[in-house]
Design a protein around this ligand. Structure first.
Ligand code: SF4
Length: 346
């Protein structure tokens, strides 16, 4: 019987190797690529390409095409937010709920295995590589909580772990699996060379915004001021771009850092206050708040916009404040650097 395995495939080095090992053992493989809404490469790809920064390929798709297996890209972002806001097993070094995240994904895998007729699942996890979710105890907890005991094969570290059902039943030859351990990626790079795999993304690059300290600081600010239960997909997206400032408990500001980000922010003006500099090129500024700004707050927001424009230093500039159909023009100089640094988040 030809067995079928469903793999969690990001297209990174580890999942590339795990997939290749199983394909070389004659296992039929289908890949699942989950999109959580917090993926770094996904966001980078969504920015239109320009001459300086070409659009990055979808690594999992690229891998599926190269190794010739079927890949399913599944958007789980809608149901994923509670994993981030209320993780049973807590957070890692930043706001990364890795154990809950894996349990959530593994439960999805369990369902998909049934739907797609797969006998087991596999991942590219390496024992001891990630401090929160890849130590022996965490791997066990994740399996048990997701109802997949014995059905998760980790080809890269399998020889160091208890034999799984596919190994016990002889569907997969345990002696041809690996015993990688720890954080170094050198053995994986060597193995990739041996297997003729050259086209993989550089390992150890951050792939999840939740492990990024700057992103986590901005997310924590939303938890503190808006409330965890009010976190939206739009918040998750906007945290990925621009400079963020918490001016007061009721007033938050986002400005673009380049043309791409300015254009991105323009799509999210609805429901927000917009401040634009007349007469000079400038960053796009969005202000989030309940209700309208006072006259003093409007001037302050205008002064932040003035800081990020090409007007000569110290000169007054005209700033348009827009909200829905309303529009007013203000005049101000740039906000002091010291204040901006105090308000800056992340
Ligand atoms: S790094 Fe992000 S995607 Fe990976 S397990 Fe942790 S929370 Fe999930």
């Amino acid at each position: 019987m030809r067995v079928k395995a469903l793999g969690m495939v990001s297209g990174g080095l580890d999942s590339t190797l795990a997939t290749k090992v199983l394909l070389d053992l004659g296992v039929e493989v289908e890949g699942i690529n989950f999109s959580t809404g917090f993926c770094v490469t996904e966001h980078t790809r969504n920015f239109k390409s320009d001459q300086d920064r070409p659009t990055r390929p979808h690594e999992a798709l690229r891998l599926a095409a190269e190794l010739k297996f079927k890949l399913h890209i599944i958007d789980i972002s809608k149901d994923y937010l509670p994993v981030v806001t209320d993780p049973k097993f807590g957070y890692g070094a930043n706001l990364n709920p890795c154990i809950d995240c894996r349990i959530f994904m593994f439960k999805r895998m369990r369902k998909l295995m049934d739907e797609m007729g797969a006998q087991f699942m596999f991942t590219g996890e390496v024992l001891g590589q990630r401090p929160m979710s890849q130590h022996r105890e965490a791997l066990k907890t994740i399996e048990t909580e997701s109802g997949l005991n014995g059905l998760v094969l980790r080809p890269l570290s399998a020889q160091l772990l208890d034999p799984t059902i596919p190994e016990i039943k002889g569907w997969v030859d345990r002696s041809r699996l690996l015993s990688l351990v720890g954080r170094s990626r050198k053995p994986q790079m060597e193995l990739a060379r041996e297997k003729g795999l050259e086209n993989y993304p550089q390992p150890a690059g951050g792939c999840c915004y939740l492990t990024d300290p700057q992103y986590a600081a901005k997310l924590q600010d939303i938890f503190d001021h808006k409330g965890k239960n009010n976190l939206t997909h739009e918040d998750v997206l906007l945290l990925k771009v621009g400079r963020h400032f918490r001016v007061s408990p009721r007033l938050k500001v986002i400005t673009g850092r380049n043309e791409r980000e300015n254009n991105f922010l323009k799509s999210y003006e609805k429901g927000r206050h917009v401040f634009e500099i007349l007469d000079f090129p400038s960053a796009h500024l969005l202000a989030e708040m309940m209700g309208d700004p006072s006259a003093e707050e409007a001037l302050l927001l205008a002064s932040i916009a003035a800081r990020y424009c090409d007007a000569p230093k110290g000169s007054a500039v005209r700033v348009v404040h827009r909200h829905g159909d309303r529009r007013e023009t203000l005049e101000t100089c740039a906000a002091e650097e010291e204040k901006l640094e105090r308000w800056r988040i992340g």
